[in-house]
Design a protein. Structure first.
Length: 218
């Protein structure tokens, strides 16, 4: 279970403190639930996802994770001067997997399809290559909830099918919280929805109801 309690979030800008992106968000996400975050561009979907994943902190309020939650898949945390393999080793050791390091590195290299580029500096990677490495890194560890921000749009068509298959394989063992601008993708993977509008968030047990609430504001 993930409890988001009265969360407010805003950022500092060059002009001072910005407006509230989120204001008073109160939502509880059950375990083993696949949830789509829905709202217009700039509504705060990615912000909420980062807060859930712990890579950002609320200005006010709290996020309580009563389960193991991934970082946003396909994002963050790569050191450009290191190779893909060196980055993967670092993340594996942080997560306490020195004993089976070789197996995890093999999985990451094979899933990311980086081949020889796995041993090249990340600064030489295209954005798609970085996303594939980050996605493979997320899958190398077992979480109770995986969070995804437009990951299914990364890479070529074959890799997108591969990521879709990976999401489907999670159904019986983990939950998923997803941001996607593609309604079909949300319907493929999510059963419930959180509609974010004007800084507020509303929980819907059924994804279709969340989509209807969103469409009513268009």
């Amino acid at each position: 279970m993930i409890v988001i309690g009265d969360v407010y979030k805003r950022y500092r800008t060059e002009h001072g403190v910005g407006k509230w992106v989120l204001s008073g968000v109160d939502v509880t996400i059950p375990r083993h639930c696949n949830v789509g975050l829905i709202g217009k561009n700039g509504a705060g979907k990615s912000t909420l996802l980062r807060l859930i994943g712990g890579v950002d902190q609320p200005t006010r309020g709290y996020v309580e994770r009563q389960c193991r939650v991934s970082w946003p898949m396909g994002q963050g945390g790569l050191e450009g001067t290191l190779t893909g393999r060196q980055n993967a080793k670092f993340v594996c050791r942080i997560h306490g997997h020195a004993d089976d390091l070789a197996d995890r590195l093999r999985f990451i290299q094979e899933f990311s399809e980086l081949q020889g580029a796995f041993d090249e500096p990340v600064t030489t990677y295209s954005s798609g290559m970085r996303s594939r490495l980050q996605f493979a890194l997320s899958l190398a560890f077992e979480f109770d909830v995986y969070i995804s921000d437009e990951v299914t749009a990364a890479g070529d068509a074959a890799f997108r099918r591969k990521t879709a298959d990976a999401f489907r394989s999670m159904v019986n063992r983990a939950g998923l919280i997803m941001v996607s601008h593609d309604e079909g993708t949300l319907k493929d993977f999510c059963q419930s929805g959180i509609f974010i509008h004007e800084g507020k968030a509303q929980w819907f047990e059924k994804l279709d109801d969340a989509l209807k609430a969103y469409q009513a504001t268009q």
